[in-house]
Design a protein around this ligand. Sequence first.
Ligand code: FA5
Length: 328
Amino acid sequence: MELKTIKNKAQKEIEKAGDLKSLDQVFKNYLGKKGKLTLVLKSLAGLSKQKRAKTGQKANEIKKFLMAKFDQKAQHLKRLAEEAQGRERAIDVTRPGKKPQFGHLHPLTQVQKRAEGIFQNMGFSVVEGPEIEDEWHNFDALNIPKDHPARDALSLGKTFYLKEGGLMRTHTSSVQIRYFEKNNPPFRIIVPGRIFRNEATDAKHEFNFYQLEGLFVDKAVSVANLKAVIQEFLHRFFEKSIEIRIRPSYFPFTEPSFEIDMRWGENWMEIMGAGMVHPNVFINAGLNPGDWQGFAFGVGLDRLAMLKYKINDIRLFYSGDLRFLAQF
Ligand code: FA5
């Protein structure tokens, strides 16, 4: 092939090459080991001196020329490839978005916050206490002495004791005592919190659950006040008038004591224990029972949530089942 033809053909093919790979192939065809121009350069040795000089000069010029063309084209193709890649990576603002999944508060937390809000509106402060307790705060100070049947016969005595000493509180009433230690009446507080009982579970019972304690202490407080506060709370909580039943009951730390039930379908469900603060509790708190009166109550928050959301098994709250939790 004539040198001129080689030059023209190579130039055209370089122009035509659409990507780096095909350009490389063109390079090999002309300037590779067995490329057309390489072969011409190799064949120079067999030519006469005069012809060799002439052809050699020409072939080298063409080689230089083609090398420059290859270089130019390679730069160009590289730029194009980079631009295409950039386009691929760019954000397409017209694409439909991916909706992030938002979490929400657990139904029991929602119920607790709702109850707190209602009591705060009625002038109660929200107070907390420790989940690990000692016998004094959980039992003795609440007028439940060591040999008293309430210590183990009642559910208050189904206690998880800790190897290191102490116990998991069996009710939020222990915080009554803790509050008395640091505050002087009159006051009204509520204490939401987790409590623990060594008992078998069923649809209405868990071995750890939530209570909300209430304590109202002033100069002249009566059962009528207790009843009014409870009724007002339940009315606001359920946003409708609800049917309750108040039964006489027994707690060592209240006198008289009551149990309050709410209608649950065909049946009644016990939602709280309550009563007038026992004189011995005032004495244990260092107060003169002649000076003060008070009422206290302990409502099961899980039970309230069951009634509010029509849930028939308390264990669902602790199952961690998202199909259940996502409904609230
Ligand atoms: C008490 O725990 C008393 N400390 C309540 C109290 C406070 C009385 C202040 C007087 C003055 P009781 O064991 O009945 O009482 O529990 C109170 C409420 O917790 C019950 O009415 C019920 O709503 C709830 N509850 C009791 N046991 C369980 C359980 N295993 N699972 C879920 N909720 C429960």
